[in-house]
Design a protein around this ligand. Structure first.
Ligand code: ZN
Ligand code: ZN
Length: 270
């Protein structure tokens, strides 16, 4: 059965938009995967970045990328899976980066909210992946939850000022923006910014530099307020952009244009 997407509540702009973080994989979308992708491209999504969460995702991601010119892929080991990150997986990741098919390393990072992997494993896996990004001059997609200080110091130490990247699905407030700015990183907002109680994230969204702002769905998770509780999909990135336009007191087209330009710059998209 097909879950009908609420296209009628989606504001769009003719300039199009990029979903900088969308897990459009079989595990989440099953036989609707291609419908969801087609619906996004038919409604102004110009490009999407599909990051792996375990190194073993590579083959599936490559298959998706080979099928769709406007889907780019990244590969990393998510902090939830950090305890399984081995020297062997690190080598596989390096090999994938060297193949030239990835636009970034990630997602990777630290999640001290859920602690699905112990903190030591998380720190070790993140450090290793920062080093890989640095060695091969790739941007890094960072997942950071309740671990700001550790993330900043690891990025400084292992990145040595040579790694660019994005804090995806941003859950921080204005207080962490100066550190992110110092690193020269981007901030990507997801459906969370549309939630009624997300006051800190909304405050940050109104302050972040226009040339450092991205938008994403992080689908299938975190559907925006207007479709909350439904399965999220790339189409709904427009609802994130709509909220940013409201918070930043500008037009939807301005947000879409800036976020797309920033995503192209960060990931080196054509
Ligand atoms: Zn994440
Ligand atoms: Zn993600």
């Amino acid at each position: 059965m097909t879950e009908a997407a609420a296209t009628d509540i989606i504001p769009t702009s003719t300039c199009g938009i990029i979903d900088s973080h969308a897990h459009v994989v079989k595990e989440f979308f099953a036989e609707e995967q291609e419908d969801v992708i087609a619906r996004a491209f038919a409604n102004g999504i110009k490009h999407m970045v599909n990051p792996g969460v375990v190194v073993g995702d590579l083959d599936e991601l490559l298959a998706i990328k080979n099928k769709h010119e406007h889907i780019s892929i990244a590969l990393g080991q998510h902090p939830h899976e950090a305890k399984h990150f081995s020297a062997e997986l690190s080598d596989k990741l390096i090999e994938a980066v060297q193949s030239g098919r990835l636009v970034a390393v990630g997602e990777c990072g630290l999640d001290f909210h859920y602690n699905n992997s112990d903190r030591q494993s998380q720190l070790r896996a993140f450090e290793e992946q920062i080093k890989i990004a640095r060695r091969f001059s790739k941007p890094i997609i960072v997942h950071c939850r309740d671990a700001w200080d550790d993330a900043f110091s690891l990025l400084e130490k292992a990145g040595g000022g040579e790694v660019s990247g994005v804090f995806h699905c941003f859950t921080g407030g204005p207080d962490v923006l100066p550190s992110i700015e110092r690193l020269g990183f981007y901030v990507s907002f997801s459906g969370i910014v549309t939630f009624k109680n997300a006051k800190e994230i909304q405050a940050a969204a109104s302050l972040v530099q226009p040339d450092k702002m991205l938008v994403e769905t992080d689908c299938p998770f975190l559907a925006p307020q207007k479709v909350r509780g439904k399965r999220n999909e790339p189409l709904y990135v427009w609802l994130v952009a709509e909220k940013l336009a409201e918070l930043r007191n500008c037009s939807l087209a301005e947000i879409a244009e800036a976020a797309s330009k920033n995503a192209r710059a960060l990931f080196g998209l054509a």
